[in-house]
Ligand binder design. Sequence first.
Ligand code: ATP
Length: 293
Amino acid sequence: NKRVPQYLERGVDVKFTDVAGLGKIRLELEEIVKFFTHGEVYRRRGVKIPGGIAFLSMLLLYFMHTAVVFKILQGGILLCGPPGVGKTLLAKAVAGEAGVNFFSISASQFVEIYVGVGASRVRGLYQEAKENAPSVVFIDELDAVGRERGLIKGSGGQERDATLNQLLVCLDGFEGRGNVITIAATNRPDILDPALVRPGRFDRKIYIPKPGLIGRTEILKVHARKKPMAEDIDYMAVSGMTEGMVGAELANIIEVAAINMMREERPEITTDDLLQAAQIEERGTLDRKDRSM
Ligand code: ATP
């Protein structure tokens, strides 16, 4: 009687084409996808070629595979960058492209008052990922648990230490061995415990910056794909008005523009809808900044 996986996100169908404006970063993640799919290709080829040739080619592919795995996956991957730039989306795209299971948790869910609870959640998460391998384990807000130990004051520190230690054990036990890889996200890589970023742990950092002018245009276009857009949309004009915005805000602009179109019972979204929505989003962003000050 198999347990129902608690951390599995079902129906993750994100592809790299859903993630825009990332240029080279996407290539790096495509390598990770190769890690998952390589094994499959290798097995299929082995079946087709007969006898001694099969053995030799298997051997050769085995060494190539091992080399690739070691190069790429001695540790987990750490996606760093401000909120809303698409870190979660990218991790999902890795799972979606490779066709493997996606397990996710926010590290803030690890942080508990009672000693041992967080650690047992970490164990549970990896147990599930292993039982349902190949899989991607995604840990959001890694800094919630991975904050440098000296920075934590009070009794909560003991629980966090236990949780962090368990995470380190799981990372060491799984990475590069089973078909489980860990992708974590943080907007504070600077405060992470050095033990987490040691070679073999999260030693592969990928920085995702806020998108530039062209990146914003591409993100707007990705989200426009699912909407009835007028033919002559001036994406550059909208992009020019949205300096400093991230993917999450740009996606929101398209949604707000669509609502405006529906309210006015028009069949298509126009550039004006987008420009208005961008203004609303900008005001919202400023309000949020005010409130957080
Ligand atoms: P957080 O740190 O707040 O968790 P994040 O960096 O993980 O943020 P996501 O949750 O991946 O950001 O992004 C939220 C939504 O914004 C996505 O589901 C997607 O709709 C949109 N989005 C963000 N970045 C991109 C991008 N590069 N391309 C397309 N859509 C994007």
